[in-house]
Design a binder for this molecule. Structure first.
Ligand SMILES: *Cc1c(COP(=O)(O)O)cnc(C)c1O
Length: 366
């Protein structure tokens, strides 16, 4: 049987809303307002300037922040932000930035920060295999840190913070790549948020950085132009040729979020319902669907679990694929099963998966 796009539970790139795919298909031949293919429209056109302006407005509206924040559309993925943040704020610093090591992706940010300046490891879950997040009592934030860096949702392990970290007098910087615009996030309490598009809000090729003006103003000078937030802020994200196509699709996704879904609070309620279907089932059969992580730290975006044996996991994946599901294999670094429930994944598709899981459990005889 062929795979079904509605049943693509991939960890990333993730699924996109069907209405966005339909509009994207049309735009590849002809963008309604211009008559030209989106793949061949100049990034210096009035049309594209309007795309960027509308996208900035939509993201500010979805995050509920004002024009004291810049919305930048950059390249290089979240990985480039692992370097750009410490280049801007840690190079030449005498005091250490606070970093949390809560999983695979926050672990990738650490060595890049250490190249630029002093880093203090505030907490690490490495010794406990990243099966939980820290409790507040375990964290002693430094008052003098130039910033605190953490990852709101650890995509690989399936861990998500359900609270804000840090202190209000130390700038919070957060990688929200895998849960951006999936729920309200108190954006105005962060100095800088970054998220690449390809998990929750579009195709690969563009990374959204939302940064307070005052942070951009005090950032280090003497950086390569392209790696300096100022450059992109001054150029309204059209410093060089940007990924016009990816940016246009992200605009369509924000229109979908605002129009069809009704904003991030409505999105959060849908995401809650989706995750509850799978976690509810896992809680009924905890000896069969073995959660990787502590219950209170479970991610609403990436549901991870193991089965009693590796053979059963192989069988689960093979049968799922025959039934049209895809993307359910765990990340190569941890194995097991991972169902990613990004914004565009429908409740109906998650119901299909829950039914499949219930059937599989019954048939296995456990
Ligand atoms: C996938 C992911 C990354 C890596 O992003 P790239 O765009 O591939 O550089 C970084 N952080 C998080 C939280 C991720 O989920």
């Amino acid at each position: 049987m062929e795979l079904d796009n509605a049943l693509n539970f991939s960890g990333g790139p993730g699924v996109l809303p069907e209405s966005v795919l339909t509009q994207t298909q049309e735009a590849i031949f002809r963008v309604p307002e211009t008559g030209l293919s989106v793949l061949g429209i100049s990034h210096r056109s009035d049309w594209f300037a309007a795309v960027v302006a509308e996208l900035e407005t939509n993201i500010r509206q979805l995050l509920d922040v004002g024009t004291d924040y810049q919305v930048l559309l950059l390249q290089g993925g979240a990985t480039q932000q692992f370097s750009m943040v410490p280049m801007a704020l840690l190079r030449n610093s005498e005091t250490a930035a606070d970093y949390l090591h809560t999983g695979y992706w926050s672990g990738k940010a650490l060595p890049e920060a250490r190249r630029e300046g002093p880093v203090r490891l505030l907490w690490s879950g490495e010794a406990t295999e990243f099966r939980r997040l820290p409790d507040e009592a375990e964290l002693e934030y430094a008052a003098s840190a130039p910033y605190l860096h953490y990852v709101s949702n650890e995509t690989v392990e399936g861990l998500q913070f359900h609270r804000l970290l840090g202190r209000d007098d130390v700038p919070r910087i957060c990688d929200m790549s895998s849960d951006f615009l999936s729920r309200p996030c108190e954006a105005e309490r962060f100095e800088l948020i970054y998220a690449h598009a390809q998990k929750n809000i579009g195709p690969a090729g563009v990374t959204v950085v939302v940064a307070r003006n005052s942070l951009i103003e005090r950032a280090n000078h003497d950086l390569p132009g392209f790696l300096d937030y100022r450059t992109h802020a001054q150029a309204h994200s059209i410093y060089n040729t940007p990924p016009v196509f990816a940016i246009y699709v992200v605009l369509l996704v924000t229109r979908w979020l605002l129009g069809e879904i009704g904003g991030v609070s409505a999105m959060a309620r849908i995401n809650q319902s989706k995750a509850a279907l799978l976690y509810g089932l896992m809680d009924v059969h905890p000896e069969f669907y073995r959660s990787r992580v502590r219950a209170q730290d479970r991610s609403l975006m990436n549901v991870t679990f193991n089965l009693p044996t590796p053979e059963l996991e192989q069988e689960f994946l093979a049968l799922a694929s025959e039934a049209g599901f895809s993307g359910l294999g765990g990340h190569r670094s941890v194995g097991g099963i991972r169902a990613s429930l990004y914004n565009a994944m429908t409740l109906q598709s998650v119901e299909h998966l829950a039914n499949f899981m219930a059937d599989f459990q019954r048939k296995s005889g456990y």
